[in-house]
Write a protein that binds this ligand. Structure first.
Ligand code: FMN
Length: 284
């Protein structure tokens, strides 16, 4: 049984008359979200240079939360390493230590005060990070094409493990601060944290919004369907997992007819797998 987070009555909203589906409640995990609107995470550079939340940052998120009228409101992505290699914005919020929890809680509270669902985003900026330090970190030294970005240092296996732990710990801080949804890390083979491991660390009540590793598409339709099936079966009963997509379908990888076919086949394979194996409750 989903718990109602906040009651909303949209009967006087012109938008609800015009777009009734957008204003239909949806059960996600243990929440009954009153509508289908999401305010996506956006850096606003309103935090202290040390990554702490400020009064203006809280005020900004309060206004954003008003706008979703009960839907999902995400705060900007946080960086998670004390060394600041993952920091991509001068005023980006940090979550690499428990000392940031009280500030983060102010954001979650401000969103909840507007009777909206609070979303937290993990965001190590990788190749576009290291704004305040001399070098960025990543799995390879592949640089960003724009010259404003810093040189990359290839991470060791131990550093990759450390980064996985940073994601686990930062998400826990977000949960402790009161956020309802954690996005948006990419599971293997791109990232190194499986949904099963994330679920074990963050608990069954946390809604996990992953970025689907679209490079799987290059392995073909069958492999993509199989991957999606395994992903779905790895997180029963399935109602607290959201599969998100980033840029591949827009400017990322559709470059010509061949890549368009790869993208279409991949998305079709995902939809087929969801049709077949995504019925909730998912029983592995
Ligand atoms: C100023 C600004 C900051 C952003 N910061 C983030 C961020 O922290 N995390 C993220 O995933 N996307 C970030 N984005 C991307 C947005 O969340 C959104 O996906 C993008 O703007 C596309 O949506 P739109 O077409 O509605 O603008 C940012 C976008 C803007 C314009």
């Amino acid at each position: 049984m989903a718990k109602t987070l906040f009651e909303w009555d949209y009967s006087d909203y012109p938008g609800a008359k015009r777009y009734p589906h957008l204003f239909k409640p949806i059960e996600i995990g243990n929440l009954l979200v009153p509508n289908r609107i999401k305010y996506a995470a956006t850096e606003e550079n309103l935090n202290g240079l040390d990554g702490f939340i400020t009064d203006s940052g809280v005020a900004y998120m309060r206004e954003r939360a008003k706008g979703v009228v009960g839907g999902l409101c995400f705060m900007q992505g946080v960086y998670m390493d004390e060394a600041r290699k993952g920091q991509g914005y001068v005023g980006q919020a940090a979550a690499w230590d428990d000392k940031f929890i009280p500030g983060l809680k102010r954001i979650a509270d401000a969103i909840h005060e507007q009777r909206a669902v609070a979303g937290f985003q993990l965001m190590d900026c990788g190749r576009v990070g290291a704004v305040e330090v001399e070098s960025g970190h990543g799995p390879s030294t592949l640089p960003q094409r724009l010259r404003i970005f810093k040189p990359m240092v290839e991470m060791t296996n131990a550093e990759v493990k450390e980064m996985v732990q940073q994601h686990i710990d930062a998400a826990k801080r977000g949960i402790e601060a009161g956020f309802d949804v954690i996005e948006a890390y990419t599971p293997p083979p791109i990232g190194s944290l499986s949904v099963k491991e994330a679920r074990a660390a963050w608990g069954e009540n946390t809604i996990i919004w992953i970025n689907f590793p679209e490079t799987i598409f290059w392995q073909g339709k069958e492999a993509t369907k199989q991957y999606t099936k395994e992903l779905l079966l790895s997180d029963p009963p399935g109602d607290a997992l959201i599969l998100g997509f980033t840029e591949m379908g827009t400017w990322g990888s559709i470059l010509n007819e061949e890549t368009e076919v790869v993208f279409k086949d991949g998305t079709t394979a995902i939809m087929d797998a969801i049709e077949e194996y995504g019925n909730i409750p998912i029983i592995p």
